[in-house]
Design a protein around this ligand. Sequence first.
Ligand code: SAM
Length: 506
Amino acid sequence: MTWNEGYVLEVNYTYGFYGELSPLKLALAATLKSLKSPNLEKNFNYCELACGRGYSTNLLASCYPQAQFYANDFNPSHIVEARTLAETAGTKNVHFFDDSFEEFINQDLPQFDFIVLHGIYSWITPRNRLAIVNFIRQKIKVGGMVYISYNTLPGWAAARPMQALMLRYGRNSSEPILTRIEKALSFTEQMLESKATYFTQNPILKPRLEKLKEQNRYYLAHEYFNEEWNAFYFDEVAKELEEAKLNFMGSAHLIDYVDAVNLSAAAQTQLSQVTDPIFQQVVRDFFLNTQFRRDIFTRGQLSLLSQEHLQVLRSLRFALVTSIKSMKFKHQFPLGEVELQEKVYRPICEALENGSLTLGELQKDSRTKDIALNSLYQALIIMTGIGYTHPAVSETVRKQRQKSTDAFNSAVKAKAIYSDEMNFLASPLVGTGIVVNRLEQLLLLAKERKQDGPQFIWQVLSGQGKKIIKEGKTLETESENLAHLATVAENFNGDRLPLLTKLGIS
Ligand SMILES: C[S@@+](CC[C@H](N)C(=O)[O-])C[C@H]1O[C@@H](n2cnc3c(N)ncnc32)[C@H](O)[C@@H]1O
């Protein structure tokens, strides 16, 4: 086998969905920088490079039926899954190719408003990085946005050799990759227990190894056991992307925009004295010991005039994506635990509880009219960063998208009968994926089929010879299983179902 160039093939990647890929979130980041973003209510072209099993692209295509989505991944086992999901859901505006980066450019493709690549750039050869840059150079529209994530230095400086050690440990073995991973993990742990100096001098490795041991093995296979593995300083990536005429715009990780929760006052002062914007990002990564960056680059930037910016801000619409009951007003940020001012945050959430609102509407709402526009805006950025709120579309647009997200969600829910791998459903209101676990999906499916939820789930599980495991203990009898499922269903109906219904997920 030569086409995989050392990239892991033995096991497929996980069915992940990454919120940073959401066009509405990318557009919000542009607004934060006072820049014009592509119009998401019109037709636009979106491309995901190396889409894995195509879950994100399929989900997003269902949320934006008026746009066209394209994606490649050179692993045909990934693409066959991606295409099957699209066919089952009847999604017509998505196109998958089992092409490498070098091959993909030769397809008949449009110019793109968005090109996104998540979890790729650190794990491929320099030649493939060049192929990506070449693809972007030829295929991104002027004014288009590129999202790219990668492992970063200095955050990886201490742990990188641990990855090198595990890779080398398994390199000459002919055992299956999942066995190699287990053995490499316990070999590394043994070295840690034997107090190898590398581990004693880098105390952060112990908790890191503990965390690794709990992670999904398919994820570890791709993250840790690839021949190619790189971590970059920000300026190295910025320089490579310069060849595609790209400039750094900002982060797709919204919390990065709020210095107060990331950097001490002294750090902010020192950083503000660094005048070169590229070096400033590098220095910021040293202050935060950044391990993973989620950057947005653009090909040309159009600044909004201040009155235009104000107009765009006022028309930004937000919706709750978490119930108020499950929100915590204390949150852990890079700088430590921060208490969110409840007198600002709670009324915003209460106003949004009845449905999505624009910032302009929040300015008039009786509960939030006394909060200054800037504070409203800052609170919504923080809440969107945490995952409590998300940019949303109007009711009219939501209705136009309902049919395609319903079809996607039905295809995913039907899969939940057999597997717990797909944990996101598409929301037409917020144009992104919302976490909905297998039991919740089965409860929705039972509702759709007008069946009793607990009975339906028990039939599915018992038919597959499975039982519920509660707090590490298997529930043996039918009545124990049904009683537990009845509690799950009651909680779901009380809290989650009303939220999901508002998000257009049923
Ligand atoms: C870590 S996975 C990330 C998948 C997806 N972007 C996600 O985040 O879920 C990396 C993907 O890159 C694909 N890949 C690696 N090298 C490639 C190449 N040269 N051309 C196309 N795809 C490639 C792999 O098959 C794999 O699916």
